[in-house]
Design a protein around this ligand. Structure first.
Ligand code: FEO
Length: 397
């Protein structure tokens, strides 16, 4: 139900404790999520975003129970993805007179999803919605953060930036604000969200943050559409985004692989030991992709300066867990990272070449031809793997 951000701004969203996957099955949400919707009650009563469709009736019923449904003067639809627009059909069925403020791309997306001709009011950067009481919402188009239709809305007076997906986290909590939750959990979910959703749009993130900062607006809160609201030092997440959007890397190496009969795993374990021995300051993590969470693995890639990706050759190709992860890596368009491939084989041995070419095409600086071992690696092959791991550590410093 309704929770206050300020005297006139409230959260009216939905905490989804049971969500285990988001974007279909593409993004693991170990900590659930929330769909944050806000209501502004000034001279006008304005709703900012809604919730996902399964919670549509509950959401609109809650607005009615709070005495808000009949009071609303407008809805601002900052983003048409269904986790934020999913309750619009139910809301507008019960309040068909409500004007909908969104971008031109928002009209296309909302029509594409719901096939309705609502009372759309197209806005662009700098346009304003008068809220009464001397306050207004100023709109800032934010294409590709996260879809072409996305926009931010800045509320003057209360100095709240409604940022929709940007600065969000998939974190279910009854605590509304960033200072009230476990800080490590919050950081982990914020960086996972950036790594898995926003990485391909990093250049646009940088440009949009630079633009918003150039306006030199006061900022009391960043009210995101997922997770907590940043009220304690809201600039901290903006500064983190500025780090993350510019070839982000830590002194970290990630090894990802899958294995059929433990041969490729033996190589991965040997590389982990060799890199740690050669570069004690480097954090090395190694994950078997058929057993480890894919999105957590991709977060490790995002944090790393280098990736070793391995698969045995099977049917002249790769194990499917590795092939699927490569597809995600291609789409995420990581920048500023080095990489190499490895794997065992019995006869034809294509996997290392396939992985190396795919990593290169995905924008990685592939430092060498990778490491292959015939059949199950013997002591001699493991010694060679150890030397390869040490050499790789030197190449990626
Ligand atoms: Fe949270 Fe792009 O939707």
């Amino acid at each position: 139900m309704k929770k206050s951000l300020t005297a006139t701004v409230s959260w009216v969203g939905k905490v989804d404790w049971d969500l285990t996957h988001f974007h279909g099955d593409e993004y693991s949400t170990h900590k659930g999520s929330s769909y944050n919707s806000y209501v502004i009650e000034e001279g006008k009563t304005v709703l900012v975003d809604t919730v996902w469709k399964p919670f549509a009736k509950e959401f609109v019923d809650n607005l009615e129970a709070e005495g808000l449904l009949g009071k609303l003067d407008a809805i601002v639809a900052q983003h048409a993805e269904s986790d934020h627009s999913g309750a619009m059909p139910e809301l507008l069925r019960r309040r068909p007179d409500l004007p909908v403020y969104c971008t031109a791309n928002g009209v296309k997306s909302l029509r594409g999803h719901y096939h309705q001709d609502w009372d759309f009011h197209v806005v662009k950067t700098g346009d304003e919605l008068d809220l009464g009481n001397g306050k207004k919402l100023v709109f800032v188009e934010a294409p590709m953060l996260h879809w072409p239709d996305s926009m931010f809305s800045y509320m003057t007076g209360d100095a709240i930036l409604f940022s929709n997906d940007a600065f969000g986290q998939h974190l279910a909590t009854e605590k509304l604000f960033n200072d009230l939750v476990d800080q490590d959990e919050l950081y982990d979910e914020a960086i996972k969200y950036y790594a898995n959703i926003l990485t391909p749009f990093s250049a646009l993130v940088k440009a949009k943050i630079d633009f918003v900062l150039s306006l030199k607006l006061p900022l009391n809160m960043i009210a995101t559409s997922h997770g907590v609201i940043w009220r304690d030092n809201p600039a901290q997440i903006v500064l983190k985004y500025l780090e993350w959007c510019q070839d982000y890397r830590e002194d970290r190496v990630t090894i990802l692989y899958d294995t059929m009969w433990e041969g490729t795993r033996a190589l991965a374990d040997t590389f982990a030991r060799a890199i740690s021995d050669a570069s004690p300051s480097t954090t090395v993590v190694s994950h078997c992709l058929s057993k480890f969470d894919k999105n957590d693995a991709l977060t490790d890639v995002f944090r790393s300066k280098a990736l070793l990706l391995g698969s045995p050759t099977v049917g002249k190709g790769l194990l499917t867990a590795v092939a699927g992860t490569l597809e995600e890596i291609k789409g995420l368009r990581f920048t500023g990272k080095k990489a190499a491939a490895f794997g065992t084989y019995g006869w034809s041995g294509e996997s290392v070449g396939i992985i190396g070419s795919a990593l290169k095409a995905a924008g990685f600086d592939v430092v060498d031809d990778g490491f292959k071992a015939l059949w199950n690696p013997d002591d001699e092959a493991l010694k060679a793997a150890y030397e390869y791991g040490k050499a790789f550590a030197a190449k990626v410093t």
